[in-house]
Structure formats: structure tokens, C-alpha cells
Design a protein around this ligand. Structure first.
Ligand code: AMP
Ligand code: GLY
Length: 452
């Protein structure tokens, strides 16, 4: 039996652990730092996910057969390199490949160099030059992005010149995101539905996983601040076979090849944040890891052994794997602390879950919980991801929301409209959603594409 150490402690890591636990090959599961819910399925340790030396020491003590590094920060900091240098088998890209998420300037330049479709852009380190550029372009909304990691908060969509100039000064002069915003990217504003596609790649083969749709804003109707993600559904109805084929040819394979050409072979899970624009799919962002909460709906749909896939990526034998997906749909509703993504309370007792932090009919992925006196209490902004599968998206959503209704704590907050846009799209054109160049106005108005 193989023992696996998973680095991280959120809903994504819980979903990875539950899928690894299904593998006939996997024996012991370890997680650091993990959380309350994860501790019921994996032995947890008190080493932070960003503590490279600490994780290497822990790995030496546990001697796992594989280490899965799940979050962005340790990957960008080089945790996979440090573990590999000690002889561990690691699922997760090395530092020189993780830069595809760690630097927007790197990823934008990569796409430009290799002709991968993305929004037009300019890079600035000087606030005055950035303001001059904004004034000369005079095109709003303007999209302003910090170069480096910023906990998912480094993107400002400025509706007018005043807001855009403010964002530029905050990022470059006031160092709002520290060194991450010393360089910024100003890019063209794109429209269209968003699709998340995670993929497995060993640098020779790339296998897209089933598609998903995130819901980034805090409140119903896509109102409120951007969050880490308030819920997900899979598959995403906007990701039709035609779109998938185009993405494979123009985005996925070219990105894998581009990283190889740069001497930065990417091995692990490469995440494509896509926008299906009237001119075709374009890359909004790359992530060097599984998405959160996308993973919570994607992995339950995997019809196979996740450990074997991870192993094939590590061994560069992914081309020999047959990876299948279940039919039907999966939905995840994130239950968050009141106030998230701003100030919120911690330590509130969660009622309605059983001794393992679960409920009947759903899988409950713990994102921010801990155990206190044998009870689960809140310990983060996003607390739980209540997830269900069904033959239809509607069925999956009904089950997930029925699960949500059983769980509560003081000031709990969740969106009531997860999956609504996907359902509307399915109802307007169930089988063959497709885009056309001349449909921009229709899409602007309706946000969906009709079959011609
Ligand atoms: P990112 O962190 O790069 O994924 O950006 C966060 C969110 O900002 C995305 O999910 C999009 O909704 C939005 N966004 C980013 N770039 C653009 C763009 N060029 N045009 C329109 N919206 C964008
Ligand atoms: N849900 C978006 C992300 O993981 O970055």
C-alpha cells in the first residue's frame, strides 16, 4: 500500500484526500496542516503549507510514497523542487513552471510569444506611465492586475478613469499587494461566460478534466466583492464539444509546448481560466494547481483512481492512462462565515453535521473548520463546501441545497443561486451551445449563445 502526504488545508485538499481514499493502492493519508474535517480521514500535522523546510522535515519523518503539493504559494516558492531534491515523488510543478501562475507578466508574455489567445495588454512598473496609457486608451472597464500572487484579490475591473487611476496608485505606489503589485498588467476587458478547465499534464501529454463553472462574487446575482469562489457546478454547459476542441488545439497543447520550449516543463495540474468570447475562447488566467472550489465538483465526477493518475504524471506515462468521467452533474455550495470576504468571526459551533463533519446525501468538504472539544467550529472565511452529484444539474443542486439547509451556525452566509446561470443556459439551448463571431450583441444582452 502507498502512503501519501497532501500539503494544504482547504476544501480542495479535502476533495483530493477523499478521492485518494477511494484508491485501492492508497494506505495511509497524511495532511499538513489539514483542518477539522480532513482530520477524520487523514492524519494531520501542525506544519504550515508555506513552510518549505518544515514540510521537507515532516516528509523525511513520514517517508510517504508521494507528496501532493496542492496550494499555489508553496509551489511558486519551490516546495516541489525542495522535496524532489530529497528524493520524494511529488505531484505538483517545480518553481520554474509554477511561475505560470506566480507572475501574470510571465504568463501574458508567454501567450503573446506563442500566439495563445488572451486579452491584449501592457506591463507597467511606473504609475505615471500607466496613467498616461489609461488616458490615451480611454477604454472602460479597464482591467488592472497585480503581477504576483495576491490571494485572488489582485484583479481590479475599473469602471471609469478615476477608479482605474486609484487602482494603479494603490498597487504600484502604495504597494497594496507588496512586491506582487510592483509590476502591473493593464489588459483589454473581455466579455462572455467563464469556464474553468483543470488538466493533468506530464509535459508530454495533456488531459483536460471535466469542465466547471465557478461563482466568484460574494452575493446572489454576481453582486458584491470577489471571493475565492462561492460555489461551482460541473460540467459547464458553455464548454461545448466545439469549444473543447478549439481549446485543445489553440490553448491547451500550445501552452504545454510553450512551457517545454521555455525549458519550464509543467508537470502536475494546470488550470485554465477561460472566457468564451464572441471571438472564441481566450485565457483569462493560468493556475499552477487544482482550483478551489472547482476541485470539489471535478474530482467527485472522476471515474477512476486518482492515485494512479498522479503516479502517471510523476512517471511521465500519462499517455498510457485512460481517464473517464461520470455522466450527470455535480454541484458545490460554499457555506461561508458572515462578513466574508471581509471581516468575520471564527470559532462558531457548526450544527447539523455528524461526527465526521458529514451529512447524508452529500459530501461535505471542509475548507475552514477545526475541532474544539470534539465539535466542529468555524475557522476561516469559506467554511464548508456542500457537494452533491445527480443525473441532472437540477438534481445535483437540489441535493446540495437540501444538505445546506440541514447545517447552520451563527451568521452563516451562502449564495442561493449557485448553478442558476448554468441552468438558464441549458434551458435556452440544451445540446449545442456555440458561439459565432456576429453574436456579440445577443451575448451582451443574454449572456448565452444560441444555436444558429
Ligand atoms: P483572475 O484572478 O485573473 O482570474 O481574475 C479574476 C476575475 O476577473 C476573472 O474571473 C474574471 O471574471 C475577471 N477578469 C479578469 N481578466 C479579465 C478581462 N481581461 N476581461 C474581463 N474580465 C476579466
Ligand atoms: N476558483 C478559482 C481558483 O482556484 O483560483
Amino acid at each position: 500500500m502507498k502512503n501519501v502526504l497532501v500539503v494544504g488545508g482547504g476544501g480542495r485538499e479535502h476533495a483530493i484526500i477523499m478521492k485518494l481514499a477511494e484508491s485501492k493502492q492508497v494506505g495511509k493519508l497524511y495532511c499538513t496542516p489539514g483542518n477539522g474535517g480532513i482530520s477524520k480521514y487523514a492524519e494531520c500535522f501542525d506544519v504550515a503549507a508555506t513552510d518549505i523546510d518544515g514540510v521537507v522535515e515532516l516528509a523525511k519523518k513520514l517517508a510517504p510514497d508521494m507528496v501532493v503539493v496542492a496550494p499555489d504559494d508553496p509551489l511558486v516558492m519551490g516546495m516541489a523542487d525542495a522535496l524532489q531534491a530529497e528524493g520524494f515523488k511529488v505531484f505538483g510543478p517545480k518553481k520554474d513552471a509554477a511561475i505560470i501562475e506566480g507572475s501574470k507578466v510571465f504568463s501574458k508574455n508567454l501567450m503573446k510569444k506563442y500566439g495563445i489567445p488572451t486579452a491584449g495588454y501592457e506591463v507597467f512598473t511606473d504609475a505615471e506611465k500607466a496613467v498616461e496609457y489609461l488616458k490615451s486608451e480611454n477604454s472602460y472597464p479597464a482591467v488592472i492586475k497585480a503581477d504576483g500572487l495576491a490571494l485572488g484579490k489582485g484583479v481590479i475591473i475599473a469602471e471609469n478613469e478615476d477608479d482605474a487611476i486609484k487602482a494603479v496608485h494603490e498597487m504600484i505606489d502604495d504597494k497594496k499587494f507588496g512586491e506582487s503589485s510592483a509590476r502591473i498588467v493593464i489588459e483589454e476587458y473581455l466579455t462572455g461566460p467563464e469556464v474553468s478547465v483543470l488538466s493533468f499534464t506530464d509535459g508530454k501529454t495533456i488531459v483536460p478534466m471535466i469542465s466547471s463553472m465557478d461563482h466568484k462574487r460574494a452575493f446572489d446575482g454576481d453582486k458584491g466583492l470577489n471571493t475565492g469562489g462561492m460555489g461551482t457546478v460541473s460540467p459547464n454547459p458553455y464548454y461545448t464539444e466545439n469549444v473543447a476542441a478549439e481549446c485543445m488545439e489553440k490553448i491547451f497543447i500550445p501552452t504545454m509546448n510553450a512551457m517545454n520550449s521555455e525549458g519550464r516543463t509543467f508537470e502536475g495540474c494546470l488550470y485554465f481560466g477561460l472566457m468564451i468570447t464572441p471571438k472564441g475562447p481566450k485565457v483569462i488566467e493560468y493556475n499552477c494547481r487544482f482550483g478551489d472550489p472547482e476541485t470539489q465538483v471535478v474530482l467527485p465526477m472522476l471515474d477512476g483512481d486518482l492515485y494512479e493518475i498522479f503516479q502517471a504524471v510523476c512517471d511521465h506515462t500519462l499517455s498510457e492512462m485512460k481517464i473517464s468521467w461520470k455522466t450527470g452533474s455535480c454541484a458545490c455550495v460554499v457555506m461561508a462565515s458572515g462578513g466574508y470576504p471581509e471581516k468575520y468571526e471564527k470559532g462558531l459551533e457548526i450544527s447539523g453535521v455528524d461526527g465526521n463533519g458529514q451529512i447524508d446525501g452529500c459530501q461535505v468538504f471542509h475548507a475552514g473548520t477545526k475541532l474544539a472539544g470534539g465539535k466542529f467550529v468555524t475557522n476561516g472565511g469559506r467554511v464548508l463546501g456542500v457537494t452533491a452529484t445527480g443525473l441532472s444539474l437540477n438534481g445535483a443542486l437540489e441535493k446540495a441545497y437540501a444538505g445546506v439547509a440541514k447545517i447552520s451556525w451563527k451568521d452563516v452566509h451562502y449564495r442561493k443561486d449557485i448553478g442558476k446561470r448554468a441552468l438558464d443556459a441549458l434551458n435556452s439551448d440544451p445540446l449545442d451551445l456555440h458561439y459565432k463571431d456576429d453574436m456579440e450583441d445577443y451575448i451582451e444582452e443574454n449572456g448565452v449563445y444560441l444555436r444558429q
